[in-house]
Design a protein around this ligand. Structure first.
Ligand code: NAP
Length: 291
């Protein structure tokens, strides 16, 4: 690509940001769609977040992705959020508008599309959500909106799980909810559950950990999704596979949320059909020590 004064500047704000695959994916999408844009990583320390958002606006940056640890903290610095992001209480995509940035959450849609691709139907399902952070909020929202019968949230800090489940109950009264500490998984009596793992446990370089190790946990599952994408097959997914449970990984979700962000920044520009598989190949071949 050649860049000029007209090139649209996009990026990602995170801390750390060095592991992010989004520059690779978004610059690939731009090339495939023939869009004149460049997507760069910005390492933003938490104490500099407000200044960073102002600076991006002053520098005429068209949009950014937002990831750990800024997804919730960035909201007060925005000109607004769309309905899905407001309901989730976390954003991962900012789009430049008059006077600032509007926040969106494409993680939720990315998770939904990647589950659908694996043939998973959420309606009427009992779901086990592991984690209660920003990504868990997006996952809980999508599970509830798509008609899960029940969501059981397991989390290290019980109060975070309780808060998330209480938010979901208020917004989706038909969905039953329960919050449990991570080590109380044996209290789950439901079977045939869809599990969505959203904690950082098992993420590179801590690849030998899983939030739940006991094989009896996996007897409760009919599908296991881990949204971590480095490594693509976490220990949690290895344990699920060993128990004969079908699995899905975070790479599909990452690419799907990236496609949704691309559409927000480039309204009316269609990505070629092959872009999903192309991005997957690109990311698979990316050396893990750089991811
Ligand atoms: P976050 O808001 O910081 O939440 C982290 C969650 O992990 C919390 O529930 C936290 O529990 C739990 N946790 C952290 N360390 C733990 C430990 N040692 N033992 C047990 N639980 C632990 O982060 P996030 O934004 O939700 O992101 C979480 C993961 O999702 C990251 O790996 C991220 O890369 C991945 N992700 C993937 C995609 C994708 O497209 N595939 C999209 C978004 C995020 P406490 O409440 O007790 O602190």
């Amino acid at each position: 690509m050649t860049y000029s004064g007209k090139t649209k500047v996009l990026g990602i704000i995170a801390c750390p940001v060095e592991h992010s695959l989004s520059p690779l994916i978004q610059n690939y999408f731009a090339g495939e769609a023939g869009v004149d844009s460049v997507y760069v990583p910005f390492r933003v320390e938490p104490e500099n977040l407000g200044d960073a958002v102002k600076g991006l606006y002053a520098l005429n940056v068209s949009g950014v992705n937002v990831t750990v640890p800024h997804k919730q903290a960035v909201i007060p610095y925005l000109a607004g959020t769309d309905d899905t992001a407001s309901a989730i209480g976390a954003v991962n995509t900012l789009v430049r508008v008059d006077g600032g940035y509007k926040g969106y959450n494409t993680d939720a849609e990315g998770l939904l599309i990647s589950l659908k691709e694996r043939g998973v139907d959420i309606a009427g399902k009992n779901c086990i959500l592991i984690g209660a952070g920003g990504a868990a909020r997006a996952a809980a929202f999508i599970l509830a909106r798509e008609g899960a019968a029940k969501i059981i949230c397991l989390n290290r800090t019980l109060s975070h799980a309780q808060k998330l489940m209480s938010d979901i109950s208020s917004r989706f009264p038909a969905v039953k909810t329960r919050a449990l500490p991570l080590d109380a998984w044996q209290d789950i009596t439901e079977r045939d559950c869809l599990a969505v793992q959203t904690t950082n446990v098992g993420m590179s370089p801590d690849v030998s950990s899983s939030p739940v190790e006991d094989e009896r946990f996996f007897e409760r599952l009919s599908f296991a999704m881990d949204i971590i994408y480095t490594p693509p097959q976490t220990r949690f997914l290895k344990l699920a596979e060993a128990a004969g449970v079908p699995t899905g990984n975070g790479l599909d979700m990452l690419i799907c949320q990236g496609m949704a962000a691309f559409s927000l920044w480039n309204p009316g520009v269609a990505l070629p059909k092959e872009a999903f598989d192309g991005a997957k190949e690109l990311v698979k071949n990316f050396p893990e020590e750089n991811a």
